[in-house]
Design a protein around this ligand. Structure first.
Ligand SMILES: Cc1cc2nc3c(=O)[nH]c(=O)nc-3n(C[C@H](O)[C@H](O)[C@H](O)COP(=O)(O)OP(=O)(O)OC[C@H]3O[C@@H](n4cnc5c(N)ncnc54)[C@H](O)[C@@H]3O)c2cc1C
Length: 496
């Protein structure tokens, strides 16, 4: 706990700032860091006692468990997290993973190699040669276009004339060529490559898309889907000490550069009153600008201006379209070596009560004795819970038993090696991170919503902005970071 003491920052202190950022997940901290770098005095207000939100870690019973995210991409050149770190001039000690993931199908294991050729060979071995090379070559090519454009088009999606001008200035031929992929779905690619009737492959694709795009092949467009499916073909990294190391570094950057961060400050109201008044349970702060990094569903609840509320309603997704997560933390004795830290496991029998047909298991690194003492492993297991408003509380023990018996039968651990375990359901996400309905993972991809129809960073048309995984470009650490970078960019473009 010693290494995070400086992050437990309560109290009012100064109350007037250039920009107040609400929430300290990857989106909020990315926005705050970019603005601080450009000379703004920023205050980040966080409801929790620790920063990082869904990409953080917390201490329990002698172990550091991950709060949500366990896989980290985005640190290669041109990718959002790397772009952010380069802009603010800090480096992140991250361990590259040799084998990013294994997928356990009924009776066989698929190695998701980073190298494209090696991966195509593996996909042909498991799913049959037909169509695999063409499918993955195309997906990888489009994913490269997506990542290469991501930090070059910071005005996208456009919501002002200036945005359009900037986009026109930065546009490249390859970006124009990639436009048709926004209209096609992964289903179209599967059909085009003769793979739509390859049941095992479609199941594999769907399970992979669910963890990266939050939806399946019928709904995910080719732009987002290519990046989602080729996630493991880019550098995947591990942070010793846990995911909290990244938000911790960003908070330290803010504090060292004239900005501020306060924890246990839940924002209850934001008023546009000759600048902004941001009201928490205990204090009132004022600023020229506000960036909300909490989901749109939450932001519109504490936003006081009715016209903004009614204009933004059209972007809201309700619970039926969203997912939450059932999550389990397990500490156990380390008695074997693991070929990979990350494992997607397809279940022969869906989980009771929530019906999930796969689970995702992540293990702590052998050399990471900050998270788990020598000779022990700390593991996170998570899976989707649909429509979280209707699935708040259920008998966790039934699901825990099913998860453990799957892990034991696959040889990950033995029952008598378990040192500690706990689990959480959708209500925990709501109580702990305040996310409406306890929904997590971001707004899923839907084919009816094209990338330029997603919520852009401008919130009220004056000084308020929004970022986070309910806005463009959506899910995951790289997506949330990019949304924060874009919000900071638009704020500076509009006002300075
Ligand atoms: C189980 C799980 C597994 C995941 N796995 C991965 C993965 O492996 N790789 C990956 O890249 N992504 C993964 N994700 C997704 C990724 O973690 C998120 O998309 C991303 O971290 C979201 O960041 P954010 O800043 O948008 O939101 P959040 O992380 O939710 O941050 C918002 C912050 O705002 C705070 N807050 C909320 N309301 C208020 C308020 N009123 N006042 C003040 N503060 C408030 C919250 O406490 C929180 O800290 C996973 C998510 C989950 C839940």
């Amino acid at each position: 706990m010693e290494n995070i003491k400086h992050l437990l920052r309560k109290g009012a202190g100064e109350t007037s700032f250039d920009t107040i950022v609400i929430g300290s997940g990857m989106a909020g901290l990315s926005a705050a860091a970019m603005l601080t770098k450009q000379g703004q005095k920023v205050l980040v207000l966080e409801a929790n006692y620790l920063p990082g939100g869904c990409s953080s870690s917390y201490y329990r019973q002698g172990y550091w468990f991950e709060s949500g995210a366990t896989t980290l991409v985005g640190l290669d050149d041109h990718m959002p997290v790397q772009y952010l770190l380069q802009q603010i001039g800090i480096s992140l000690p991250a361990i590259p993973l040799q084998l990013p993931m294994q997928v356990h199908l009924s009776g066989q294991t698929v190695n998701r190699y980073q190298d494209l050729e090696q991966w195509i060979g593996e996909a042909e071995r498991v799913f049959g040669a037909s169509g695999q090379r063409a499918f993955w070559s195309k997906a990888y090519k489009v994913s490269q276009l997506v990542w290469n454009s991501s930090s070059k088009q910071l005005s996208f999606p456009p919501s002002s004339f200036d945005d359009l001008l900037q986009m026109a200035r930065n546009v490249s031929i390859s970006q124009v060529k990639s436009l048709p992929y926004a209209f096609g779905t992964i289903e179209d690619w599967l059909t085009e490559h003769g793979l739509i009737n390859n049941k095992a492959f479609v199941q594999f694709v769907d399970a992979q898309l669910m963890i990266t795009a939050q939806n399946t092949h019928q709904e995910v467009n080719q732009l987002f889907g290519s990046a989602a499916l080729c996630y493991t073909n880019y550098g995947n990294y591990y942070l010793k000490g846990g995911m909290i190391e990244l938000p911790k570094l960003l908070v330290e950057f803010l504090l060292a550069n004239g900005s501020d961060y306060r924890s246990r400050q839940k924002v209850m109201q934001v008023k546009n009153d000759n600048g902004y008044k941001v009201i928490t349970e205990t204090h009132t702060f004022s600023s020229k600008h506000v960036i909300s990094s909490v989901p749109l569903n939450n932001t519109l609840e504490f936003w006081q201006d009715d016209s903004t509320k009614s204009k933004q309603q059209k972007y809201l997704m309700d619970s039926a379209k969203l997912n939450s997560a059932f999550q389990m933390g397990i500490a156990f004795k380390r008695t074997r070596q693991f070929e990979s830290l990350h494992h997607q496991i397809h279940l022969n029998v869906p989980l009771p009560l929530i019906g999930a047909s796969s689970i995702f298991l992540s293990l702590s690194h052998t050399d990471d004795h900050q998270r788990a003492p020598k000779g022990t492993v700390v593991a996170s297991v998570s899976t989707h819970v649909p429509n979280p408003e209707l699935n708040q509380n259920f008998d966790k023990a039934l699901i825990e038993d099913a998860i453990l018996s799957n892990l034991i039968s696959l040889g990950f651990l033995k029952a008598d090696e378990i040192l500690y375990s706990y689990s959480s359901n959708p209500k925990a996400w709501q109580d702990w991170l305040h996310r409406k309905y306890g929904f997590v993972g971001g707004y899923p991809q839907y084919k009816s919503i094209k990338p330029w129809q997603m919520k852009d960073a401008r919130l009220d048309g004056t000084g308020a902005y929004i970022c986070g995984d309910s806005t463009y470009p959506g899910q995951g650490i790289p997506g949330a970071a990019l949304s924060g970078i874009i919000a900071a960019h638009k704020l500076m473009q509009d006002h300075y």
